[in-house]
Ligand binder design. Structure first.
Ligand SMILES: Cc1ncc(COP(=O)(O)O)c(C=O)c1O
Length: 392
């Protein structure tokens, strides 16, 4: 099918709730994607961080093929081996908790809100979140997200959420009441512009939650699965959350979400209180197990640290040449370049010249290449970015 025909079908039959560029992607491998017209792109924002291992990683593809021949789906009234093994894998790689499986980041966060409400019931139900956060598009996640633009037109939103300035102890202390059940944050705000939580601030939140018997929730939907050079971003902070939510790259391209809960509070959701029909399906879990296997066997955390440093150094060089670059932020392979002007022109230049990235908050280029990225690919991207920034 020609690109024009595909786009025509979208225009006629697909809801128009996305801003799309006129690029039809026909196939992808590693850090490369091919358009339906055969143009090759270097993908430095693969699938909004879903394709963390790069596109169509061979271990993931093989795991999906092999599982598809045995068992695609089983209801959660029964057991299946991939779900059991994946829960063990996540637990042993994090803080020894128990896992609830669902299908997306928003669902994982919804699960965390429900658990927080059940924990605080009947007196405490409020969840404090951060300004500039992003937690998903369901009504509760929209209420939790600390950005007005996502809320407009959907009022009244579910009550019980309030957002405070990020990295500000005073603000969170003032916001806690006898109704607060939990505090939730992304350790690196992705959509909010790659804003990194201070270590002392996160330790302060941990202590505060212990003292006031509140739950501390880390939304690791974007930062999880090796993105920052540790399997989970909280491992840079020497603190553990009560709840961690995952999705995006967990499934290597398959839809899967997870809520990981400390064992001592995992019994709060008893049988019947929460569920997901597709949650923990054998096929998605098999793919996620292959993601863990790839990260371990291919030593991808080492690659993230090395390539993250290399990319950061290259960005510093860019900054020294282009005063238009205001700040470089991020950890590992989750980096943002804040410009002093609007960034969409730089984004469009990259797209036209074969580089896929993301632009967030109007002025920040968000760069999150695959964990498998090579020096050569980074050099190629930097060349395009260099030209793109000069065009702003
Ligand atoms: C930090 C964070 N939490 C939650 C979500 C929502 O995930 P999903 O789109 O899978 O519902 C996102 C998506 O971008 C995210 O970045």
């Amino acid at each position: 099918m020609k690109a024009k025909q595909v786009i025509g079908l979208y225009d006629d039959y697909v809801m128009g709730n996305y801003t799309r560029k006129p690029l039809v992607i026909a196939k992808a491998k590693g850090s490369r994607v091919w358009s339906s017209e055969g143009k090759v792109y270097l993908d430095f924002f693969p699938g909004w961080a879903v394709s963390g291992l790069g596109h169509c990683h061979k271990r993931v593809v093989k795991a999906i093929q092999s599982q598809a021949q045995k068992l695609l789906h089983v209801s959660n009234n029964y057991y299946s081996e991939p779900q059991a093994k994946l829960a063990e894998k996540i637990s042993l790689n994090s803080f020894g908790g128990r896992v609830f499986f669902c299908n997306s980041g928003a669902e994982a966060n919804e699960s965390a809100f429900k658990l927080s409400r059940a924990f605080g019931n009947p007196k405490r139900y409020e969840v404090i979140t951060m300004l500039d956060s992003f937690h998903g598009r369901t009504l509760a996640c929209t209420a939790a997200t600390g950005q007005e633009k996502y809320k407009r037109g959907f009022e009244p939103l579910p009550e019980g959420f309030k957002s405070v300035p990020f990295n500000n102890r005073e603000a969170v202390l003032n916001a806690v009441t006898d109704k607060t059940a939990a505090i939730m944050l992304e350790l690196i705000q992705g959509e909010g512009g790659i804003n990194v939580a201070d270590k002392a601030y996160v330790r302060f939140l941990r202590e505060l939650c212990f003292e006031r018997n509140m739950l501390l929730i880390f939304d690791e939907v974007q930062t999880g699965m090796g993105r920052t050079g540790k399997m989970f971003c909280y491992q840079h902070y020497a603190v553990e959350p009560d709840i961690m939510t995952l999705a995006k790259s967990l499934g290597g391209g398959m839809p899967i979400g997870a809520m990981v809960v400390q064992k001592k509070i995992s019994g709060i959701l008893s049988p019947g209180m929460h569920a997901s029909t597709f949650g923990g399906s054998p096929i998605a879990c098999a793919a996620a197990l292959a993601v863990f296997e790839a990260i371990e066997k291919e030593q991808l955390l080492v690659n993230v640290a090395n390539m993250g440093n290399y990319l950061h150094d290259e960005f510093l060089r860019l900054k020294s040449r282009h005063p238009i670059i205001k700040q470089i932020r991020g950890v590992g392979l989750m980096l943002g370049l804040e410009l002093i002007v609007n960034a969409p022109r730089a984004y469009d230049y990259c797209l036209a010249n074969g580089l896929l990235i993301n632009c967030t908050q109007g002025n920040t280029l968000r760069i999150m290449p695959a964990l498998t990225v090579t020096k050569k690919e980074i050099d190629e991207a930097i060349k395009i970015l260099d030209d793109a920034v000069s065009k702003c």
